[in-house]
Every structure is written in C-alpha cells, then in structure tokens.
Design a binder for this molecule. Structure first.
Ligand SMILES: [Zn+2]
Length: 430
C-alpha cells in the first residue's frame, strides 16, 4: 500500500514536471518569436536612421553648394553697390555725355559703356539706357565679337526691353572663392551653363564654341523671327538682300579690287563657309581703300536679278578706316567647274567648328572675280543678324561659273535670307 502511494506520488510528480516543462517550452517559444519581432523592429529603425543620415548628408552637400554660390554672389552685389555709390551724384555720367556729344560717331564699345554708366547711375528704367544699348546693337557688325553683342543684349534685357538674349550669352555665375570646398559648386555651375546651350549637342567638348545656333534659315529661328533677338532685322528700312530690278540710276563710282595671295584660313561657322583673309587685300571705291576681311557663300544667291536668284553668291566683306562696311557680291552661275572653289571646297570643314589653316595652302581671292567689273550698287545691311545697316553693296553684273557638283558640294542646302523691301532706296549701275 505504502509502495502504491509512493508510485502515485511519483506519477503525479512526473506529470507536474511534464506540465511545467510544457508550459516553460511554450513560453520560450513565445519569447523567441517576440525576440524575432523585436529584432526586425530594431533593424527597421537602424535603416531609418541610416536613411536619415544619408538625407542629412545630401542636404548638407546641397547647403554647401548653395553657400558656395551665395558667398560670391554677395561679394558681387557688394562690388556693384560700391560702384553705384561712387556714381550716384551723376557728375561722371554728365562729363561723359558732354564729351560724347562732341563726337559725331560713337563706337560700339563707347555706346556700351554709356549704356552701362547710365544703368548704374540712373537705373534700368531710364530711357537713355535702352537707347544706348539699342545703338550699340545697331552698330555691331560682322566683325563684332560675340561679347559685344551679348553685352548689348543683356543690357537691353536689364532695362525690361522685350529682347531674347542669345543662348551663348548665358550669364556665368561668379567664380567660387579659392578657399573651402566650392570645387563641386564650380563644376555644377559649368554643367548648368552647358545645358543652357539647348540639348542635343551630342557631347561636344566645348560648349561655347558649339552652342546651339541662335538663328538659322528655317523654322523657329528662321529669318522672319530674327527681329525678336536682333531688332534691326525686323524694323530696319534699308535691309539686304534685294531683288535687283530697274529703273536704275547711272552712277560714276570707280571700283577696283586689289586682292593678294595669302595663306588659306577658313571655317564652317554653322551658317556658311567663311574664308578669313590676311591683311593686304583691298577694294578701292573712288580711290578710297577698304580692307578685305573675309568672304563667304550663300546658296542660292541672296540677291535676285529680276526676281531670279542664281545658284550661289560669294560676298566679299570689306571694312574702311571709319568702320564703314562694303560688300562686293559675285554671283555664281551653273557652268564649268571653278578651280578656286575646288581649292576651297577641298579644305572646307563639312560641319561647324573652329577655323582651319591647311598647311602650305595659299589662295588668292581674286581668283573668284570676273574680268568685267560692271555692278549694281545700293545701301543695305548685313544679310545675317544683327542685320546692321549702313553697308554699301556692289553686286557684279557678270557672274562666274560653278559646276553643279560644286554647288551640291557646298555643305549648306539653303542659307539665303529672303529679299527685303527696297523702300526709298535707289539702285545705281556702274
Ligand atoms: Zn553674305
């Protein structure tokens, strides 16, 4: 009996132990699943922290870049304020205006300077500011540098005039200071300005040299739109080219070309093939010399005779001592191969790019002239933006030959401005 009791107690004890073990195991399972959950929460929190750290870091970088841009801008603003403060009483502007009034003609650079001085002294809303910049833009010509045209366009835009500034004139942010980490900011700035040159440049290295064209011969940048960026193209009353037709007035002007052989330098500027001529070649108009600066081609000819263009024209651009421009036009008519053109085309770059100077190749622009020098003559303008007026044209009445293959070998299918209204002008013949 005693033994049976002991056995029962033992069984009960075993059962109790088993039950205790089961309960403990169950709790253990619960605890470990809690632990897994807790671990995943910790992990998620860690990731959140990491992500936040990343965000803070990139925000810090953005802030550094912004600071790098703001610091030099503040310095520029201070410089500008200092300049304005020095000019505020207007006596310098008065002096300059008095001085310039005594001069008949102001150069482009002086007009720009006058515009800037008025802008700084009187502010952009003064009508004299726009006037000076307008004049500067009107005076800029084929030989004007891009900087000059940009200065005039940016100046005009500052007065609130509705003018589109050429993409090449995008204002560069001021250089970052030498200390600190602004290298990144400087780089970024360079990239942004590249984007300004309009997409699709195909990864060319030099953004400024290959900036997207700001005018062209068709579409949104075609001749009828030139006036939005270059006011004279739209409002000028003596624009070129012309449809040359009678009645003519007989003139008595003597024109002779004295062109010299020299090293060949030429470029494809995106609008035409242009040959830059070394010093020494001259056109004489009634004995007055004009230096041949460059010549270039249009297809078809821009000038029309009795409503008809020829296959091409070459424009010889000359500049006189006082800056007067004289263009001699030679029409190119389909016929035999032209040996001079052959030389030029064999060295002319097919795509836009910088000037090339093929080694030991010389050229005489006189090779492209006819023997006869009878001409039509009129006052006109540049036939490309900025369409500056005050250009004297002599279009030779005798064309020279160009073969059909040579015409199609010219890398521009069409680069001719349409003919412009004659208005009050007279065409002389000589
Ligand atoms: Zn031309």
């Amino acid at each position: 009996m005693k033994r049976a009791i002991v056995e029962v107690v033992l069984v009960l004890a075993l059962c109790a132990a088993g039950a205790f073990g089961w309960v403990t195991l169950r709790n253990g399972n619960q605890a470990s699943s809690n632990l897994v959950e807790l671990e995943s929460k910790v992990k998620a929190t860690e990731e959140l922290v990491k992500d936040s750290e990343k965000k803070i870091k990139s925000a810090g970088e953005v802030l550094a870049v912004m600071n790098a841009e703001v610091v030099p801008l503040r310095a520029k603003a201070l410089e500008l304020e200092a300049v304005k403060a020095a000019l505020v009483n207007g006596s310098l502007l008065q002096d300059v205006e008095t001085l310039y009034k005594q001069q008949k003609v102001l150069s482009v650079e002086r007009q720009l300077g006058l515009g800037a001085l008025r802008l700084l002294t009187k502010g952009g809303s003064d009508p004299g500011v726009a006037e000076a910049y307008q004049k500067a833009l009107q005076l800029s010509d084929w030989s004007s540098r891009k900087n000059t045209i940009c200065a005039a366009q940016i100046g005009l835009a500052a007065t609130g005039e509705k003018i589109k500034v050429m993409s090449e004139c995008a204002i560069q942010p001021p250089a970052a200071p030498l200390h600190g980490e602004p290298a990144a900011a400087g780089h970024q700035a360079a990239d942004t300005s590249k984007d300004h040159g309009k997409g699709g440049n195909g990864g060319k290295e030099d953004a400024s040299a290959h900036a997207a064209p700001h005018w062209g011969y068709e579409g949104a940048m075609g001749p009828e739109r030139w006036g939005s960026q270059f006011p004279v193209c739209g409002t000028g009353q003596s624009q070129s080219p012309l449809n040359i037709k009678g009645p003519f007035v007989k003139g008595r002007i003597g024109v002779t070309a004295d062109y010299k052989v020299g090293p060949l330098r030429l470029l494809n500027n995106g609008h035409t093939i242009q040959v830059n001529v070394p010093d020494g070649s001259k056109l004489r108009v009634d004995g007055v010399p004009y230096d041949l600066v460059q010549f270039h081609f249009h297809r078809p000819s821009e000038e029309q005779i009795d409503g008809k263009p020829m296959e091409m024209v070459v424009h010889f651009v000359h500049k006189g001592a006082a800056g007067k421009l004289v263009v001699l036009g030679v029409l190119l008519k389909e016929g035999n191969e032209n040996p001079g053109i052959k030389t030029l085309w064999s060295h002319a770059p097919a795509v836009e790019g910088p000037e090339v100077a093929p080694q030991e190749v010389v050229f005489n622009p006189g090779n492209l002239l006819p023997k006869e020098f009878d001409f039509y003559s009129y006052e006109g303008s540049l036939t490309t933006p900025p369409c500056t007026e005050g250009v004297r044209f002599f279009i030779l009445r005798t064309p020279v030959n160009i073969s059909r293959d040579q015409v199609s070998g010219f890398p521009f299918r069409r680069n001719a401005r349409p003919v412009q209204p004659l208005n009050q002008r007279i065409i002389t013949i000589g």
